[in-house]
Every structure is written in C-alpha cells, then in structure tokens.
Design a protein around this ligand. Structure first.
Ligand code: TPP
Length: 195
C-alpha cells in the first residue's frame, strides 16, 4: 500500500463522484453508510440503495453492468462489506465487464455497528487483493484530486476499474428512507426494464 494516503471523507468523495456523472450511469450504494451518503449526495433514480445485506453492492452492479454493457455502473462498498463477499472480485476479474467501476470506502472498520476493526486495520490491501483477483485497473486514491481523476478515467476508459479510498469515520448526515419496494421500482424504471 502506498505511504501517505490521505484519509478522506466518504460524503465528500461521494458528492465528487456524483457531480462527475454525465449520463445515466447506475450507482449501487452498499449497506449502511455507503448508500446513506449516496442518498445525501442527492437522490437519482439511477441509484440503487442496498438495505440490510453486506457485500451485495458489487454483485448487483456486476449484474447491471453485464445486462447493460453501454451503461457505466458504479458500486460503492464499505471495506467490511467487501470483505464479506471478497470472492466477487474473482468473478469480476474473470468476466472483465468494461463498464464497471468498484469503489471501496476503507475506514478499516465496521463503522455502523460500533467501529469494530476489519482486516483492513491489519495488513489487508484492497488494491493488491483486486489485482490478484484479475482486475488490472486498480488504484488507491492518494487524495481528493486523485480520486476525481480516477473516476474521470473510469468514465472515459474501459474497465473494470477498482478504486480504493482511505476514509474517516464521520457518520452520514441522515439515512436513506427504508422503502425497499420504492427503491427497487424507481431503479428498475430508470434502467428502463420496467415500463
Ligand atoms: C450478512 C450481514 N452480517 C452482518 C450485518 C450487520 N452489519 C450491518 S452493516 C455492518 C458493518 C458494515 O461495515 P462496512 O461495510 O465496512 O461499512 P461501514 O459501516 O464501515 O461504513 C454490519 C456488521 C448485516 N447487515 N449483514
């Protein structure tokens, strides 16, 4: 892992990412803080907010990316959640969807359930793990400008991309309304699979 990675703020980075979107990109927010900050960054019908299950942002985003290869798809996942479903990276590495970007918010903890440390508080390096899983375009974001640059590249160039960011433990300013049926319905309409 590179030294001197800046510890950033998930909401700030989420806002930067959403601001950079210019088409109907899909964004899948993982359980808890990842989707709360996505919601707080401004509701979009092309956002899917995962409620309740850890580790599903990347599998859902992978499915959307494979079904709609002309649409860019982002998965935003916490480090604890990605660790729970690490095997999905090997699937992404083998399938190599050109339109998928995975972002991992690495605060080295299960923040929302009480700040318990994850393996990322030890030696685990997500970029090294992703590279080992077969992803080639993988990077740690050194700071906010670097994050924005990586997002811009992932929008302009073929992936799959994997962007890891060290973040602090600021709690989101409010939660996504818990309306699973509405979330799913709005998202599937935005993906134009439901008239
Ligand atoms: C399968 C499963 N196990 C445990 C939980 C309880 N749980 C919900 S969120 C969470 C921590 C998520 O950690 P991380 O993805 O790193 O996000 P953070 O809270 O740090 O933003 C846990 C343990 C759950 N919802 N689902």
């Amino acid at each position: 892992m590179p030294a001197n990675l800046k510890v950033m703020n998930r909401f700030d980075l989420t806002c930067r990412l959403v601001t950079q979107l210019n088409r109907d990109e899909a964004v899948i927010g993982g359980i808890g803080n990842s989707n709360f900050d996505l919601w707080n960054a401004g509701p979009r019908p092309q956002n899917f907010y995962m409620l309740g299950s850890m580790g599903l942002a990347v599998p859902i985003a992978l499915g959307v990316a494979l079904a709609q290869p002309d649409r860019k798809v982002f998965a935003l996942e916490g480090d604890g959640s990605l660790l729970m479903r690490l095997g999905v990276l090997t699937t992404v590495g083998n399938l190599k969807p050109r339109n998928l970007t995975i972002v991992v918010w690495d605060n080295a903890m299960y923040q929302i359930t009480g700040l318990q440390p994850t393996a990322a508080a030890g030696l685990a390096d997500f970029v090294a793990i992703a590279r080992g899983a077969g992803l080639e375009r993988c990077a740690w974001a050194a700071d906010e400008a670097d994050f924005a640059k990586l997002v811009a590249r992932s929008l302009a160039e073929d992936g799959p991309w994997f962007i890891a960011a060290k973040i602090d433990s600021t709690a989101p300013n409010g939660q996504t309304p818990r309306e699973p049926v509405i979330i799913k319905d709005r998202f599937t309409r935005a993906m134009a699979v439901k008239p």
